[in-house]
Design a protein around this ligand. Structure first.
Ligand SMILES: Nc1ncnc2c1ncn2[C@@H]1O[C@H](COP(=O)(O)OP(=O)(O)OP(=O)(O)O)[C@@H](O)[C@H]1O
Length: 262
């Protein structure tokens, strides 16, 4: 829900970043306020995942220009785990498997790190089990997944549900979900979208990276942005996503040419 009086959670200004000296982001501007849901779309290779990784603090990506303020403070000097503790969450496009680390323990340690940062008490094993079981309902996940190693041998869709379970436990202020819809069957898509909708409130914000309108039918974005060649070339409301669905991305090239001429 849009309210221009709502506090700004993330302010990205002229952000450029490279990997192995190759520029990937070329001046991204984006402001996200509390209560908002943003969708980020764009062709393969346009820089969407790179933006999410830069925001999460992935060490392979070097910021060369610009700034990111998180609740008014410089985000960029912070380590990835500090970013997570203060409420930034990245749901990976390809969630990693961590063999030998129990999913339940991983979730408990990360949830407690976030709770401590928020001035809340740590949850012991029993209290955490109650909390996690309640949250499992949001993604309709079988408790048996808690006893396995993190994502090890999970199907693509199960990994995505596990990401949303993590999000439900961490209660981030800004959740970036990178192609959460990919690999989900039709029922799982509804369940995951329902979970995201239930977690969205006036105090937090969501940035959905997606290729498909089908997700945006279930999670209604307040803003839709189109990324091309490492920057946001057009922003609009949900009608923009419908336009993309009908027209594809060819017209985006013309917008980009026009931008480059200015
Ligand atoms: N670690 C890396 N090493 C080399 N090139 C990279 C790396 N990360 C990203 N790139 C390149 O940067 C460009 C943008 O990639 P990115 O993954 O951000 O695109 P995307 O918009 O998320 O694409 P998709 O829709 O296919 O997921 C691509 O050309 C990609 O090959």
């Amino acid at each position: 829900m849009i309210s221009l009086d709502a506090p700004v959670l993330i302010e990205i200004r002229d952000l450029s970043a490279c990997v192995d000296d190759q520029p990937i982001l070329n001046g991204v501007n984006l402001t996200i306020r509390a209560g908002e849901i943003h969708a980020l779309m764009g062709r393969n290779g346009s820089g969407k995942s790179t933006l999410s990784k830069v925001l999460a603090g992935h060490p392979a990506y070097k910021v060369t220009e610009g700034s990111v303020l998180y609740r008014g403070e410089d985000l960029l000097p912070l380590e990835p785990d500090e970013r997570s503790r203060i409420g930034l969450f990245l749901g990976f496009q390809y969630p990693v498997e961590i063999p030998g680390v129990s999913n339940l323990e991983f979730l408990r340690v990360s949830t407690n790190a976030r709770r401590l940062e928020q001035g809340m008490e740590e949850l012991d094993t029993f209290a955490f089990e109650d909390f996690v079981r309640e949250r499992l309902g949001l993604v309709q996940m079988d408790p048996a997944f808690l006893d396995r190693s993190v994502n090890e041998g999970f199907s693509g869709g199960e990994k995505k549900r596990n990401e949303i379970l993590q999000m439900a436990l961490l209660e981030p202020l800004v959740a970036i979900l990178d192609e959460t819809d990919s690999g989900l069957d039709i029922d799982a898509l509804r369940i995951v979208a329902g979970g995201v909708n239930q977690l969205a409130n006036v105090d937090n914000a969501t940035l959905l990276i997606t290729h498909y309108q089908r997700l945006l039918d279930l999670i209604q974005p307040d803003y839709v942005h189109v990324m091309a060649a490492g920057r946001i070339v057009r922003s609009g409301d949900k009608a923009l996503a419908l336009e993309l669905e009908q027209r594809g991305y060819e017209w985006v090239d013309r917008e980009l040419d026009a931008l480059e001429m200015t």
